[in-house]
Write a protein that binds this ligand. Structure first.
Ligand SMILES: Cc1cc2nc3c(=O)[nH]c(=O)nc-3n(C[C@H](O)[C@H](O)[C@H](O)COP(=O)(O)OP(=O)(O)OC[C@H]3O[C@@H](n4cnc5c(N)ncnc54)[C@H](O)[C@@H]3O)c2cc1C
Length: 478
């Protein structure tokens, strides 16, 4: 069978779905190809179910800190109820809801493995082995996402470790869980499983949350340790073995050994580009895809693939591995494909409609550990590395009146990075209970390049945690 559409999207994760939707809203036709579940990693094995696993523990912690409310709590977490809630947030790993949505917006779904077989042609191989060739008039978009990276540690694969998928979908909570990694997934899962009853050991070779401001990792490490997690900073697994009784033995390069019932490997991601036909168009299978400003794929020499018919958005282009940022790219990519198809002006200057400028300057991220981390823009180290002349302003978030009211013993930190030449904020980090919802104000300040002088007129309501904005400005001085 041979079928033609204006645009073919490979991968129906959050990014692929958004691109196809945007294209159709722009008046073109689009088809989408998916080999697993429509909704992608985010819906079933990442964002939603992980946050569902973490939310009940966070709510319980919050109540336990508050006199008058804590007295009402007599028990611990109901683990079975938490897992049931997680199941419902993962839609019980059924994609009917998202398939119905595709139907409702007029996007045909082709189930199977999509492979580029020649320029503008995607061959889809279904579960029955039958193939369909889809031809794109205007563009093919790769939105195939990423998978867990399992390193070449002696014996690791044979020991059948968990990746984030198995951890997120766990039906039972292991008595002892070892975690290799210290990044976002490792820290969130250590928090969740510790709250759900596992005795957790974390092997954080490069530290805990090493890419964040240094005080972030220190506070999260301390809190994990307070919760009983054994955090081994600098520890590296040399070899792994699972014995017949199911126990996993992890030998560290120092010679120490750790035993666990399950081992979660959370050290990073690898692009889903191994089997998508990149070799047929002169690209390297298994590599991250590099894109230009308007998300068109470029080769190693920086030149466009063909006449620019191939786009890549979301995790697979490695710009930012976060759903909201991938969907932001999807809006830009979908719109620019429509603009080019209709011969309309392409707005590709900084902050233009068809580019994802915020990927470089204003990526918001929340890490749902205890304490919560909310950050956007550059860290001090990244700003300095970028050659900016900056001033770092720190404030004890617990010293804000609204924080003290919010909860007893509120502990937190706030950091504002000011570009001294432009007098605007280029980075902002908050650590503390429930800081996630404070983040959007900082994102707007950075994206809007709001001058510090004007921010004095953005008065935070009293008594709220947001008063930290005023305290940071006072600390900076007028
Ligand atoms: C444990 C964990 C927690 C996370 N939590 C958050 C969070 O809280 N917030 C956040 O913003 N981000 C979070 N992320 C990141 C987020 O999941 C990703 O950034 C997001 O899923 C990327 O979307 P995507 O559409 O690019 O790729 P994906 O979601 O990976 O979707 C790609 C789709 O393409 C399909 N596919 C791949 N190859 C083919 C092919 N050849 N043919 C057909 N189909 C194919 C796949 O089956 C998949 O459905 C988390 C990640 C992990 C691992």
């Amino acid at each position: 069978m041979d079928v033609t559409y204006d645009v073919i999207v490979i991968g129906a994760g959050p990014v692929g779905e958004n691109i196809a939707d945007r294209v159709v809203q722009g008046g073109l036709s689009a088809a989408i190809v998916e080999r697993e579940l429509v909704g992608g990693e985010c819906s079933y094995w990442a964002c939603m179910p992980t946050k569902a696993l973490l939310r009940s523990g966070a709510a319980l912690r919050a109540v336990r800190k508050l006199p008058g409310a804590r007295e009402a709590v007599t028990g611990g977490l109901d683990v079975a109820a938490v897992l049931r809630r997680r199941d419902s947030f993962a839609s019980n790993w059924q994609d009917d809801g998202q398939v119905s949505w595709l139907e409702s917006v007029g996007i045909p779904l082709y189930r199977g493995q999509g492979r580029i077989s020649s320029p503008r042609v995607v061959e889809v191989t279904g579960a029955d082995g039958a193939t369909t060739a889809l031809t794109a008039r205007h563009a093919v978009v790769v939105a195939t996402g990423s998978g867990a990276l399992v390193p070449d540690i002696d014996g690791l694969r044979a020991a059948a470790p968990w990746t984030s998928r198995e951890a997120v979908a766990a039906k039972e909570i292991p008595g002892r869980l070892a975690v290799i990694g210290g990044g976002v997934v490792a820290s969130e899962m250590a928090t969740a499983f510790s709250e759900l009853g596992s005795s957790v050991t974390m092997l954080a070779r490069d530290g805990v949350l090493p890419l964040a401001e240094p005080f972030v990792g220190a506070l999260v490490t301390e809190s994990l340790q307070d919760a009983g997690v054994s955090v081994h900073l600098g520890a590296e697994a040399g070899s792994v073995k699972r014995t017949d009784d199911g126990t996993v033995h992890i030998s560290l390069t120092t010679g120490d050994e750790i035993e666990a019932d399950e081992l979660l490997v959370a050290i990073g991601r690898t692009p889903n580009t191994q089997d998508i036909g990149l070799d047929t168009i002169g690209l390297t299978p298994g590599a991250w895809l590099t894109v230009d400003d308007t998300l068109r794929v470029v080769g190693e020499d920086g030149s466009l693939v063909g006449d620019g018919w191939l786009y890549a958005a979301g995790d697979v282009n490695r710009r930012v591995l976060l759903t909201h940022q991938g969907k932001y790219q999807a809006r830009a990519a979908g719109d620019v494909i429509v603009a080019r198809a209709k011969g309309e002006t392409v707005e590709d200057g900084p902050w233009g409609r068809h580019v994802a400028t915020a990927d470089e300057r204003a990526v918001p991220q929340v890490i749902f550990t205890e304490p919560e981390i909310a950050s956007v823009g550059l860290t001090a180290a990244a700003a300095e590395a970028a050659g900016l002349r900056i001033r770092v302003v720190d404030y004890d978030l617990g010293a804000v009146a609204g924080s003290a009211l919010y909860t007893d013993g509120y502990r937190g930190e706030a950091r504002m990075i000011v570009d001294e030449d432009r007098k605007v904020i280029v980075g902002f980090t908050l650590v503390g209970p429930d800081v996630a919802e404070l983040l959007q104000a900082a994102t707007i300040a950075i994206v809007g390049e709001v001058p510090l002088d004007r921010l004095w007129h953005a008065v935070p309501a009293y008594p709220t945690v947001s008063e930290v904005w005023l305290r940071l400005l006072e600390a900076y001085g007028r």
